[in-house]
Design a protein around this ligand. Structure first.
Ligand code: KG4
Ligand code: ZN
Length: 366
């Protein structure tokens, strides 16, 4: 079964063709540079860019895969959450194709697709703890089946990626800041380790390692997150240390790297503590699946792997290109659902961030 996946929920226009669990081809046009000029995604511009890219990318995809339009068996498209105008471009394009070819159509929950794509590289084991960490969302799920997701916890304010992006903006890093933040943090960690020969901390290291930032919203027994206070703490620290913004000086750069490492530690430790809590509250969970743009973070990947090892759980983190927004995840999820006989009628809706996405599939009678 060949599924065409379409992704246009934010600032990447992406299309992919997946045949069962084999990726035939994928194409992606990013708008990152355009939005970087404004320090964040401008919804109206995002929609227009999706509209401009969608048709040419579709043609390029078919050519790349060497298949004809009529070879496609099913269409899948991200229906939300995301920017409504941006989502509508993909959803309307997919509806047009499905209507013209009379092939089945599926509206895919973008967040679920982020997690399910791990199945392309690993054998998924349910129930799983789904850790979805992206620019707009931080969700913990209990995943009992490919179409059975229960939200255990979520961020009450900023998402983890948003925290990296907003603190990055204060530091003058380009949007989205996550990747550059990660590189700066890695250098900060190297500096700490280098000044700690044989792992024995000296006094100056101890001082530098002191937790600069709090581990927020842990003093409770729930599985929710709150990263906005942490972001404010980092912004105040930067305001008190304006030399962090002068990266042309080697010492200032070293200080910036240490600050980024400390901030990353605070985010990562908070995520790991709540995941451990979730696993203790739900002992039947067998594995951890972590995905979304922030799952590309090197320190988070290592820490989550260590946590899984310590607790004797399997861990499945998609490769980095499948962590950030892509259409392979949409096409693969489309294949999984279509194989189960699920589809959507043409009138299904796109839903913006903040609205619950209903489980409103129809089932093909066998
Ligand atoms: O999943 P995604 O591509 O888009 C959304 O659906 O939001 O996630 C984008 C987010 C951005 O906030 C970006 O800064 C963050 O993922 N990100 C990272 C890294 N790479 C991307 N955050 C931390 N470390 C990274 N290496
Ligand atoms: Zn995403």
């Amino acid at each position: 079964m060949i599924c065409l996946g379409i992704e246009s929920s934010c600032d990447e226009t992406a299309l992919a063709l997946v045949e069962d669990s084999k990726v035939l081809a994928s194409v992606l046009a990013t708008q990152m540079e355009l939005h970087a000029l404004f320090g964040g995604v401008v919804p109206e511009l995002a929609s227009r860019e999706h509209y401009r890219f969608m048709g040419p990318l579709y043609d390029a995809l078919l050519q790349k895969a060497g298949i004809q339009a009529q070879d496609i068996d099913v269409y899948a498209v991200s229906r939300g959450p995301g920017l409504l105008g941006a989502l509508l471009v993909g959803v309307c394009f997919a509806k047009g194709l499905a209507f013209a070819t009379q092939k089945p159509l599926l509206g895919i929950n973008h967040l679920h697709a982020h997690l399910l794509v791990a199945g392309l590289e690993y054998e998924l084991e349910f129930p799983a703890l789904g850790v979805l960490v992206s620019g707009g969302h931080t969700h913990l799920y209990k995943i009992s089946a490919i179409d059975d997701f229960q939200v255990l916890g979520r961020t009450l304010d900023d998402a983890a990626g948003e925290a990296f992006d907003k603190v990055g903006k204060v530091l003058g890093l380009a949007y989205p800041a996550g990747q550059e933040f990660d590189l700066l943090s890695q250098n900060g960690k190297l500096a700490i380790n280098a000044s700690e020969p044989h792992g024995i901390p000296n006094e100056s290291c101890k001082k530098r390692k002191q937790n600069l930032f709090p581990r927020p919203y842990l003093d409770n027994d729930n599985l929710d997150f709150s990263f906005s206070g942490l972001k404010t703490a980092a912004s105040s620290y930067i305001a008190k240390n304006p030399q962090l913004l002068q990266r042309d000086d080697v010492q200032n750069l070293a200080q910036l790297q240490l600050m980024c490492a400390a901030f990353t530690d605070a985010v990562v430790e908070t995520l790991c503590i709540k995941c451990e809590r979730a696993l203790k509250q739900h002992p039947d969970i067998k594995s951890i699946i972590m995905a979304g743009g922030v799952a590309a973070n090197s320190h988070l990947r290592q820490s989550m792997q260590s946590l899984a090892l310590r607790l004797g759980k399997k861990i499945q983190i998609p490769s980095i290109k499948l962590c950030t927004d892509n259409a392979v995840m949409v096409a693969y999820t489309g294949c999984l659902y279509a194989q189960k006989g699920l589809y959507h009628p043409l009138h299904f809706e796109a839903l913006p961030r903040g609205q619950v996405i209903p489980h409103d599939f129809c089932e093909i009678e066998k």
